[in-house]
Ligand binder design. Structure first.
Ligand SMILES: [Zn+2]
Ligand SMILES: [Zn+2]
Length: 380
């Protein structure tokens, strides 16, 4: 049944190249064997493809207009269809695009946007007390030219005829269990419910373009090196109304030369001279907050003595704001080190020698000796 090529495509005799292309695209999607249940869909597809092959070429079209299909074949024309492996191949050969576009997704919605990863380098204090950081990164954004529709103009968007806009098609098949109804993503529109006959030139119909973004990220107090912050929906935009991807912020925390973190506590060490440890003193203890805190060191403080400043540790990552809005924090743990001098001047040596002559064991009386402390640390 040799049907007229213009009729096959459903275009007028004087249709221009754009109309013919649009018409073929529409037919091709309609007749795809995955979509159409008609047994002759493939044959009909083959025919409209032949029609397009001829009418899209000015010289062939002129020959066809004058001599018909028979005239073309006499002139040596052979449909190219047979050279292609699949209908999708034909489609991409003619339009330079994937027939079904998109990257999948669920019926009725476009695909989820890309996740974006960025790294942030924090100093110790920022990690412990929290910080606000402005992060700049590149993510998939919405095409400015078409505002994400993927179409060159508003008229180039129409409801998908395959699924009637639902984005999904139902397929009924028979099996030994009876009738099986399968719903799947509409191949005519990749689940969008709409088809674009004339794609936007800026984005080639994807509706997307890369964009520079700047996002202010609240770094929670108490975050640790290697942790990751997720900002839901701040990644690349979704395809055709799909959900946006996430922004993942990988946190790197610089070490500090005064503090070690242990959970929510911070540990620091203060150095005392033998005179300070023996006689007692007021010591300046560094805090992560900035200003040092003056701490009374009692006379007879032993090496390894542990002192605690409540609430001067790291912010607690979970539930870090208490009722009055202040930061819930761990403690600052101070260990006392007693430094032993190495290079004494003769006079200093004399003083110590005289002290040595006067000392006796009772001045070192201690409820707990260093060995007891060691045992307590090793075996709690
Ligand atoms: Zn666009
Ligand atoms: Zn559809």
């Amino acid at each position: 049944m040799a049907q007229d090529f213009y009729e096959l495509l459903g275009v007028a005799r004087d249709a221009d190249a754009g109309d013919i292309k649009k018409a073929y695209r529409r037919k091709a999607r309609e007749l795809h064997p995955d979509v159409s249940d008609e047994p002759d869909a493939e044959e009909r597809f083959r025919r409209v493809t032949e029609a397009y092959e001829v009418l899209s070429d000015d010289e062939r079209r002129a020959t066809y207009d004058r001599y018909g299909e028979a005239g073309l074949k006499q002139g040596g024309w052979e449909p190219q269809f047979a050279n292609f492996g699949s209908i999708s191949d034909i489609f991409s050969a003619f339009f330079g695009e994937d027939m079904f576009g998109g990257r999948g997704g669920t019926a009725g919605a476009g695909g989820r946007g890309d996740d974006v990863q960025v790294a942030v380098a924090l100093d110790f204090r920022e990690a412990v007390l929290g910080a606000e950081r402005e992060l700049t990164f590149t993510a998939t954004g919405t095409c400015d030219t078409c505002d994400g529709s993927g179409a060159a103009n508003p008229d180039a968007v129409s409801t998908c005829q395959t699924c009637g806009g639902a984005g999904a098609v139902r397929q009924v098949s028979r099996s030994i269990f009876g009738q099986v109804v399968q719903e799947r993503i509409c191949p005519g529109c990749a689940g969008r419910g709409q088809v674009v006959s004339d794609p936007c030139l800026s984005c080639s119909g994807t509706g997307e373009q890369p964009e520079e973004r700047s996002v202010s990220v609240a770094i929670p107090a108490g975050i640790a090196d290697g942790q990751r912050i997720r900002l839901t929906g701040r990644g690349g935009v979704g395809q055709h109304g799909g959900p946006a991807g996430n922004l993942y912020v990988d946190v790197h925390v610089a070490a500090d030369d005064r503090f070690i973190r242990e959970g929510d506590d911070l540990i620091t060490v203060i150095d005392l001279t033998i005179a300070e440890a023996t006689l007692g003193t007021l010591a300046d203890v560094p805090t992560v907050d900035g200003d040092p805190r003056e701490v009374e060191i009692p006379a007879g403080t032993q090496p390894g003595t542990r002192m605690v400043l409540r609430g001067l540790g790291s912010g607690r990552l979970r539930g870090s704001a208490s009722r009055d809005g202040s930061l819930d924090r761990g403690d600052l743990v101070i260990y006392c080190n007693v430094r032993v001098p190495r290079d004494l001047a003769p006079e200093q040596r004399d003083v110590l020698a005289r002290f040595q002559a006067l000392e006796d064991d009772r001045i070192y009386r201690d409820k707990e000796g260093i060995f007891d402390r060691l045992r307590r640390m090793v075996k709690p």
